[in-house]
Design a protein around this ligand. Structure first.
Ligand SMILES: O=C(O)CCC(=O)C(=O)O
Length: 251
């Protein structure tokens, strides 16, 4: 089965070796710095340990938005006009689970045969049963409602894979982070992509200054929503083609 067939029928695919060991170490280092900073400023939040908007927390994490391998897979599902819904991390501290540990989907809409979103998890440590590799119920993206807890844990598989691999999944596939029973952290970056006509979790074109925006390539800017900004005046609406905020043909 090829990638799209596997995604359609199982709901989750592991793509091996997207990042080298050295790239993983650089990403890990940036993420650990961001976690330490958030520990000071956002220590009492419901999703503690999850870093939001990782593209603003380090240059290697930013570069992921322009990664041609990731983008090729994402575009093959959602087309090359898709945008980023969210880019965060999912870490499991030693002995702990996290907010992702409930049985959940990452997209509330159930539209048979149509994907509004796509999920990507980038493991920065090997995912093992011991350190909390994601549980997922194969084929459950075809179900409108959540399976019950016993059934889920009885039948769920674990997304065991290596640091540097990429887990691509239909966000309607029911899943849950496991518990890390080891004495070292398990880190991952998680991205959720959506169709160009949907809203993003944050208003990235307003959140990111034009100066900072320059570090991203064409794909990165498009993912951040720069091709689907809404004019706020007739002056902006009537801008010449090349400066238009909502570009033509965005799907
Ligand atoms: O960290 C994990 O294993 C799962 C992450 C998760 O549940 C999510 O990204 O929605």
């Amino acid at each position: 089965m090829n990638f799209l067939e596997q995604l359609t029928c199982k709901g989750l695919v592991i793509v091996p070796k997207v990042f080298s060991g050295q790239e993983v170490s650089l990403l890990r280092e940036e993420l650990e710095t961001a976690i330490a900073e958030d520990h000071i400023f956002y220590n009492n939040v419901f999703d503690k340990g999850m870093v939001h908007n990782c593209m603003l927390r380090g240059k290697h994490m930013a570069k992921i938005l322009d990664n041609p391998v990731i983008n090729k897979y994402v575009n093959s599902v959602l087309s090359d006009t898709c945008i980023l819904y969210a880019y965060q991390s999912s870490s499991l501290a030693p002995g702990q689970g996290n907010y992702g540990g409930r049985i959940h989907v990452d997209s509330p809409r159930f539209i048979p045969g149509y994907m509004t979103n796509l999920g990507v998890i980038l493991p920065l440590d090997d995912f093992t049963e011991e350190n909390g590799a994601t549980y997922y119920l194969e084929g459950s993206h075809l179900l409108p409602n959540a399976p019950d807890t016993d059934e889920f844990f009885k039948k769920a598989k674990r997304a065991c894979c290596n640091a540097g691999d990429m887990i691509v999944f239909n966000p309607r596939c029911f899943h849950a982070a496991g518990k890390n029973t080891t004495d070292v952290p398990r880190h991952a970056l998680t991205l959720n992509y959506c169709r160009s006509y949907m809203r993003q979790r944050f208003d990235y074109p307003r959140l990111i200054s034009l100066e900072l925006m320059k570090q991203f390539g064409e794909d990165g800017k498009r993912l951040l929503g720069m091709n689907v900004r809404m004019p706020t005046s007739l002056e902006e609406f009537y801008l010449p083609e090349e400066s238009r905020l909502y570009k033509a043909n965005q799907g």
